[in-house]
Design a protein around this ligand. Structure first.
Ligand SMILES: C[S@@+](CC[C@H](N)C(=O)[O-])C[C@H]1O[C@@H](n2cnc3c(N)ncnc32)[C@H](O)[C@@H]1O
Length: 305
């Protein structure tokens, strides 16, 4: 599997596993019955995996809401795209995929930031409208697409509070949406929205089930890492030991070193299992520099097939 064969998730989620999937997939079991993912995020992993059914979960209410909303259009991609275009046009956002481009004079004046300059006011209005009435989930999707780093962030008052990003609805977004809907149409998928332990405790595991875990990385920075700490890392490792005793196959990604920090808990725990180095060029979303000192790994409790 090359990068070109990989389906990109339409959420462009921070920390997504899109670039790693060609390497990780080679290490997945060959025949997966239920593909189970407790930290699904934007979904770039399940979209590139083969299971008979998909059982997915994330603690983030909004990402699950978005998966469920887009899934409603699995059989009618045209309808979704039209609805999105209507919103884009209503607010007057640029849409490079349809040739609704930022005017040349703005492009020349703001060479590297013209999308954000052009879309700023329209984005603000869309954000205000969404915060006044959260029923239109497609507004949330477009806030993510046109927003800073394609992130979802709410303040303590429950208001979406990210600024405009320097990007618009382009060919990548269109292609990712179409591929996502196609996958949703052709596969049996359920989504849960709870803590990973509750999610996994409620599953009656069957022969051939596989759990892929991509938890928040303890020693890297990202919005959802606020939800994670040493205690949770230890609990997760213990929980996986229990699954191993039950004979359930799992594979988990993590960072062992990063920016001079070491995740000793995970590093020590992983020695009981099979540890594969992942060639990730781990990129910090804060400074976009390649951290050659990082070590990202994939740990499995089964042998490579
Ligand atoms: C590294 S991201 C997953 C990214 C995903 N593999 C992708 O490719 O888009 C980790 C996810 O774990 C979720 N998460 C954090 N704490 C959790 C918990 N206790 N239970 C379930 N999900 C949790 C976060 O909301 C976040 O979406």
């Amino acid at each position: 599997m090359d990068r070109k064969d990989i389906i990109r998730s339409p959420f462009f989620y921070v920390g997504d596993k899109y670039k790693l999937m060609p390497q990780l997939k080679k290490l997945f079991p060959k025949d997966i019955n239920n593909y189970i993912e407790p930290f699904v995020g934007g979904g770039s992993s399940f979209l590139n995996s083969v299971g008979k059914k998909y059982v997915l979960n994330d603690i983030d209410y909004n990402i699950i809401l978005l998966h469920k909303e887009l899934g409603k259009y699995a059989d009618k991609p045209k309808e979704l795209i039209e609805k999105l275009y209507n919103i884009i046009d209503f607010y007057g956002l640029s849409c490079s995929y349809r040739g609704i481009n930022v005017p040349e004079e703005i492009k020349k004046k703001y060479v590297k930031t013209y999308y954000s300059k052009y879309n700023k006011n329209a984005y603000l209005k869309m954000k205000q409208d969404y915060n006044n009435d959260k029923n239109n989930v497609l507004l949330l999707y477009l806030l993510l697409i046109y927003g800073f780093n394609h992130m979802i962030r709410f303040n303590s008052r429950g208001e979406f509070n990210l600024p405009v990003g320097n990007v618009d609805f382009n060919k990548n977004v269109y292609t990712a949406l179409i591929n996502y809907l196609d996958f949703r149409k052709n596969n049996e998928i359920t989504f849960e929205n709870t803590d990973y332990k509750e999610f996994l405790n409620n599953i009656q595991f069957e022969e051939g089930d596989y759990i892929f875990l991509d938890p928040p990385y303890l020693i890297s920075m990202s919005e959802y890492n606020k939800l994670w700490n040493d205690k949770k890392e230890i609990e997760l490792c213990q929980f996986l030991d229990e699954l191993d005793v039950k004979g359930v196959k799992f594979g988990i990604t993590n960072l062992i070193y990063h920016k001079g920090k070491e995740n000793e808990t995970f590093s020590d725990w992983s020695k009981k299992y099979n540890v594969y180095n992942v060639n990730s060029n781990y990129i910090s979303f804060n400074d976009n520099t390649v951290k050659s000192s990082s070590r990202e790994v994939f740990v499995t409790n089964y042998k490579k097939q």
